[in-house]
Write a protein that binds this ligand. Sequence first.
Ligand code: ADP
Ligand code: MG
Length: 478
Amino acid sequence: MTWEVVIGLETHAQLRTQSKIFSGAAIAFGAEPNRQACGVDIALPGVLPVLNREAVVCAIKFGLAVGASIAPRSIFARKNYFYPDLPKGYQISQFEIPVASGGGLTIRVGEREKYVHLTRAHLEEDAGKSLHEDFHGKTGIDLNRAGTPLLEIVTEPDMCSSAEAVAYAKALHALVTWIGICDGNMQEGSFRCDANVSVRKPGNPLGTRREIKNLNSFRFLQQAIDYEIQWQINEIEEGRPIRQATVLFDPDTGATRAMRSKEDAHDYRYFPDPDLLPLEIKADWIDEIKADLPELPQAMQGRLQAQYGLSPYDAAMLTAARAVGDYFQQAVSAAGAENAKLVANWMQGELSARLNREERDIAASPLSALQLAGLVRRVADGTLSSKLAKEVFEALWNGEGQDADTLIEARGLKQVSDASAIEPIIDAVLAANPKSVEEFRAGKEKAFNALVGQVMKGSKGKANPQQVNDLLRKRLEG
Ligand code: ADP
Ligand code: MG
């Protein structure tokens, strides 16, 4: 029996404004509890919210970047519910008319591309935080986060595996950080996803969904969805129908568990907030913001393929984050367009492995784009073998030299491609390894490789391996 999986994601991206969405209080992370909450955020009587223009700019930027339509007039509504970290008793959000509707994102899973449709993106305020630790069994309320501007981005139920959901979340994360509207810090909660998951038999109408709340890492997103899919299939196959619910993922057990049965929109008694004017966005304001947008990842991918002949895969990897795209661009400008593929290979190979190993962001790479370019140029012109290049890479990474050329000079790392320098080493190796020579003549190709290895060793790794191969074969077969 096969099941079809259906997933829709709701993502909350914290906007990179200076102050809150309806007050002047700061939104910096990590402040002492309740030091960044003003009268509006703690809901003193008589205060009035004032919309932060910068939050609207962020929402418009996003709408433009995903090809959504920007509403010329949208309204803020009150979403009513009781919770201790929500002193007003309602959250200000957008309900009937969001600031952005439609649009979408292209994602890539392996070789396959897919367009994920967005339903909407709307502005809203965050709630405070309940702190359950360190209070001897009591709960503390921190209202610093109350009123922090969020953009909630909702997809159509377009994804059909955890891999697609993760690819979408990564593409969205790359985009919001690329256009600078969100810092993307998932540990601090600046970018968090709710995953709506259901299963059905192919051809059937959509199944009942359960919504997994607040997933703040790509790994948790994947684990939570995979667990949930299996759980739902088991339930149905054992004759228990799925009931719509909001669930939590526990990273320690890898399981999801129901938190509450799902409320419907009418439970929130949405109504327009009488304290806020409708948000009007004029066309020339949109044009102004559009003119200010950087080249977007999708456009850059197309350009990298056209301009440098890179594969769609390479182009996608190089635009996975703005800092990666910037690094590549800078390195290629210095290394020359003809070396673009080599730059891409080094970035995705050695550099990315090293960054991962040390858990560093490329923006904080000890090896600068210009240094990589210098290294790549010396690989391209044959000065450095790949082995020597790795040595130079290592030295540059550790700050042992200014650039590749200085290091090559100082350490005598030039690759030797000169036959008159390699031949004496071959002579010595052949004289010292008569057994290998004999084996090779008896048809053992392995013996040949052993001899190549000896010659390379004799040259301290500097001989051009291709040259060694050619010369050695000529000698043995001649
Ligand atoms: P809310 O969660 O606020 O009630 P919606 O009903 O608009 O909001 O749905 C939220 C998300 O759930 C959307 O991303 C949507 O694509 C997704 N979704 C809706 N129905 C299903 C379903 N049957 N299976 C999986 N996802 C779904
Ligand atoms: Mg929801």
